[in-house]
Design a protein around this ligand. Structure first.
Ligand code: GLU
Length: 377
């Protein structure tokens, strides 16, 4: 057995992606109840060790097509969506029941890939999941297949899991499926393939190793896993590809079990700050008073009370430039309010927000986690 990895022991927040083939019997489509019961004990063990866990689970279509007796090898989009609508109930119930045995509350979160990209929904999804984790619940995420407009493809959840890991600044993303890791040549390619246990960068050679095959229930195969790795590494999240078929796969990984590690060179906080500082086009600005500038420098969030002016047109979740009263840029951040609402609450105490706007928004105009300050020269 290989050594226990410090990337694992140090990680505080995990996203665990569970492939359909682990949860549903390939022939009958029945739930693999024993496997899930064992997985719940793995999750409970992680939680006991102070880790936070987010599950991204496939399996809705696989479970639902059985209930609807949809037996054709390939289903059309509407049939897949119908199957997902039925199977998602079973899936959520199965997690709820199995987690309950360990006093863990399961929360169902249905996202579309767009939610993790589109700014406003992104902020909401992130805040909701942060709240769930703070309250000790385990979010169980799946794609909101019934409203998806594009063809549902197996393997989409690899990408979704990576986007969730990036959105939630997870330390480690674990892709559990029926493949045990990356090989130096695609499976069934006829070439002698060696197992790769560690990757530090996704080069074209690594992409070529992925090939394009997979089993019936996990057609995504390696290609979507490499795409997931790119998203994860850019977000400062380590990623693991591991075989989940045996019972208690997380326990096995915690003990240093065989898998492929994709190692990030940055950490999630630094990567997120970089993304806020550089990747987003700001659509407006907020002008601070001197007290707020000092407070931000001391690591505080930006409250409406410390803002003197708002410029430009922005929506909730958009990036804005943060300026001092002389107009110097001191950083950038994601605004929790649109420019209209921000203009109405600036200069006011946060406790007055609900009276002014008629709804209770966030206390902060820009939360410190959503802010990247310029380094002082
Ligand atoms: N969302 C699909 C389901 O739950 C699976 C997509 C995937 O496996 O990538 O059935």
């Amino acid at each position: 057995m290989a050594a226990v990895r410090e990337e694992w022991t140090r990680a505080r927040r995990f996203v665990i992606k569970i492939g359909s083939s682990l949860l549903a019997n390939a022939e009958t489509g029945a739930l693999k109840a024993d496997w899930l019961t064992a997985l719940a004990s793995d999750v409970a063990e992680l939680c006991r060790n102070g880790k936070q866990v987010i599950i991204v689970s496939s399996g809705a279509i696989a479970l639902g097509r059985r209930a609807l007796s949809l037996r054709a090898k390939t289903l059309n989009l509407e049939e897949n969506q119908a199957a997902a609508a039925v199977g998602q109930i079973d899936l959520a119930h199965a997690y709820e029941e199995n987690f309950k045995a360990w006093d863990i509350v399961a929360a169902q979160v249905l996202l579309t890939l767009g939610d993790t990209e589109e700014r406003r929904r992104y902020l909401n999804a992130r805040n909701t999941m942060e709240t769930l984790l703070r309250l000790g619940a385990v979010p169980v995420v799946n794609e909101n297949d019934t409203v998806a407009t594009a063809e549902i493809r197996y393997g989409d959840n690899d990408r979704l899991a990576a986007r969730v890991a990036s959105m939630m600044s997870a330390d480690c993303l674990v892709l559990l499926s029926d493949v045990d890791g990356l090989y130096s040549a695609p499976p069934n390619s006829g070439t002698q393939a060696e197992f790769v246990d560690e990757i530090g960068e996704i080069t074209p050679e690594i992409e070529a190793m992925a090939g394009d095959t997979g089993t019936e229930l996990s057609r995504g195969g390696m290609v979507t896993k490499i795409e997931a790795a790119k998203i994860a590494l850019a977000a400062g999240t380590h990623m693991v590809i591991a075989d989940g078929k045996g019972k208690n796969p997380l326990q096995r990984l915690a003990g240093g079990g065989r898998c492929t590690w994709f190692l990030a060179h940055s950490n999630p906080v630094a990567s997120r700050k970089r993304w806020i500082a550089g990747a987003l086009e700001p659509s407006g600005a907020v002008i601070l008073d001197a007290g707020a500038v000092t407070a931000l420098g001391a690591g505080k969030s930006l409250l409406p009370a410390g803002v003197k002016g708002v410029e430009g047109r922005f929506d909730r979740g958009d990036a804005v430039v943060i300026r001092d009263s002389e107009g110097h840029e001191i950083g950038r951040g994601l605004s929790a309010y649109s420019h209209n609402d921000a203009a109405r609450i600036i200069g006011h105490k946060s406790s007055e927000i609900s009276d002014i706007l008629g709804y209770r928004g966030r206390t902060e105009l820009i939360h410190r986690d959503d802010m990247a300050l310029k380094q002082k020269r």
